[in-house]
Design a protein around this ligand. Structure first.
Ligand SMILES: *[C@@H]1O[C@H](CO)[C@@H](O)[C@H](O)[C@H]1NC(C)=O
Ligand SMILES: *[C@@H]1O[C@H](CO)[C@@H](O)[C@H](O)[C@H]1NC(C)=O
Length: 494
């Protein structure tokens, strides 16, 4: 009998007999004596099985200890998206392994259940999310699997998983590349099966529209498995389509079509634009005459003129950054957009109240710098982006009565590679301002024109994180209370 069922017998017996009233019936007592024999038998078997289980647990622990290397800074590990994916997968497997061993003995009796519930095992969904993050990075930054695995390589099994995730998302070219990589790195220890890989290679190529390649891999599969009729049918289907189709895209060459968002994140901006950017000035500000800044000027730089984007340097210290991160870490949850959780925004965030002195200080500093009232501003939001984390093009202001008049975005991360060109955010998708992160600096822009309309040039986006751990803090300042601080205008243009 499996140990699980034995545990069940023991637990069930204790639970089910405890409700009986034995003193009022001698028959019940007699039956109990009979049952006791059975129970002693089960109990003895249970102990044998438990002893065996302890042995397997010990050997599992030995293996886990063997593979455990001393804590390198986990944040450092997470800098590389491939390493982060591997780590997540490894943790999931190991935790499942531990729980699998603990469960038969304790879990059924409920006593230890709550401790196990505390053990948060990464779900398959997390792993798929991490794989999708990798694929998204490849798409936006035009990377082949080899480009993204410079620091750390995936095993054949891991690559196959990434391929399957791509396949399920209809990203057939990327799926094809990952299956190909998996095939080339297959070893005798891989759980992945060569036939499955050939099938997926052939099918991805077919779905991508690359018939000759689909036929090539289909043929390979047939050579391995000559009696497989399904493969024969499929091959003849591919051959027929091959005759019908005129265009067969080359699956080996990454597609170059891309949106402005992607082009800008890749740093392919037009030379004229960057010249204009260089011509803009850098100076010390005294907060536009704001008396609170007269004595402590802040270094400001105009990143762009229209819409005006101003960068303030050194507005938050390393220590304040560390405290903000420490406060936020346990509170983070998946960020939402105006329409709830969405694929266009993959990060976790938390709104922090002024109960924390550091938050009150940062808010006051923003008030000092901008000269705007914080009365109707939202709480400071701290955000952390995951693997491939991004925020696709959007406006900060929508159709509220009390609109977000301005956005103050603080760069909190230490070292970070967002894109190959180091661009973190882009603003104004039509002309393209690509901002680079600098720890402790912040950028400010007005989402609204002085006449109260949304400035259509403030559409902006966060580029996907290629490497590193992206932390930012947002302060959205709203319209109410700014009447005397940023005078309105009736003009159509400002
Ligand atoms: C804001 O300005 C006031 C007045 O100058 C100053 O006392 C205070 O320290 C400033 N606050 C911050 C957080 O910089
Ligand atoms: C932040 O948390 C880490 C780890 O718990 C701790 O070592 C560090 O001292 C904390 N930093 C601050 C400034 O509170």
């Amino acid at each position: 009998m499996a140990i699980k069922e034995l545990t069940f017998v023991v637990c069930f017996w204790i639970v089910c007999t405890s409700g009986h009233e034995f003193f009022s019936s001698t028959d019940q007592t007699a039956q109990l004596v009979e049952k006791k024999k059975d129970l002693l038998m089960s109990f003895s078997q249970y102990i044998d099985a438990e002893e065996k289980n302890v042995e397997t647990m010990k050997s599992a622990l030995r293996n886990l200890l063997l593979s455990y290397s001393d804590p390198v800074d986990p944040e450092e590990i997470m800098r590389d998206p491939v390493t982060a994916y591997k780590l997540l997968r490894q943790l999931r497997d190991e935790l499942i392994n531990i729980v699998k061993h603990i469960q038969p003995s304790f879990y059924q009796c409920n006593e230890y259940q709550y401790e196990l519930d505390f053990l948060e095992i990464p779900q398959m969904e997390d792993l798929n999310g991490a794989a999708l993050g990798l694929i998204r990075l490849q798409e936006i930054y035009k990377l082949y699997p080899e480009d993204i695995m410079k620091e750390m390589s995936l095993s054949a099994d891991e690559a196959c998983h990434v391929g399957l995730v791509a396949f399920n998302e209809d990203k057939f070219q990327h799926a094809f590349f990952w299956f190909q990589y998996s095939l080339n790195t297959l070893t005798e220890y891989s759980a992945t099966n060569k036939k499955d890989l050939l099938h997926y290679l052939s099918f991805s190529a077919y779905r991508f529209g690359s018939q000759p390649v689909a036929i090539y891999f289909g043929q390979q599969l047939l050579n391995l498995d000559p009696t497989n009729d399904e493969v024969k049918v499929q091959l003849s289907l591919y051959r027929r389509h091959h005759l019908l189709r005129t265009s067969n895209p080359d699956i080996f060459i990454l597609n170059t079509e891309s949106s402005n968002y992607e082009t800008l994140c890749r740093g392919e901006i037009d030379e004229r634009t960057s010249k204009r950017q260089r011509a803009l000035s850098c100076r010390y500000s005294t907060g536009g005459g704001n008396p609170r800044l007269m004595y402590a000027p802040v270094k400001e730089e105009v990143e762009w003129d229209e819409p005006r984007i101003i960068r303030y340097h050194d507005i938050i210290s390393d220590r304040e950054i560390e405290i903000l991160k420490n406060i936020s870490r346990p509170l983070l949850s998946r960020s939402e957009t105006k329409r709830g959780v969405s694929k266009i925004r993959t990060s976790q965030s938390v709104f922090l109240k002024e109960d924390y002195p550091v938050v009150a200080r940062v808010n006051q500093r923003i008030a000092n710098i901008t000269g705007l009232s914080m009365k109707s501003a939202e709480d400071l939001q701290v955000q952390n982006y995951g693997i491939g984390g991004r925020y696709e093009p959007h406006y900060d202001s929508g159709d509220d009565e009390n609109e977000r008049i301005a956005t103050f975005l603080i760069y909190v991360s230490v070292a970070l590679v967002i894109s190959p060109n180091g661009i973190i955010n882009i603003i104004g998708l039509h002309f393209g301002v690509a901002l680079k992160p600098k720890k402790g600096s912040a950028v400010l822009w007005y989402n609204l024109l002085k006449n109260g309309n949304v400035d259509l040039y403030t559409e902006h986006a966060g580029c996907p994180v290629l490497k590193g751990n992206k932390w930012v803090a947002n302060k959205w300042i709203r319209e109410f209370g700014q009447e005397f601080r940023r005078p309105c205008s009736l003009s159509y243009w400002e």
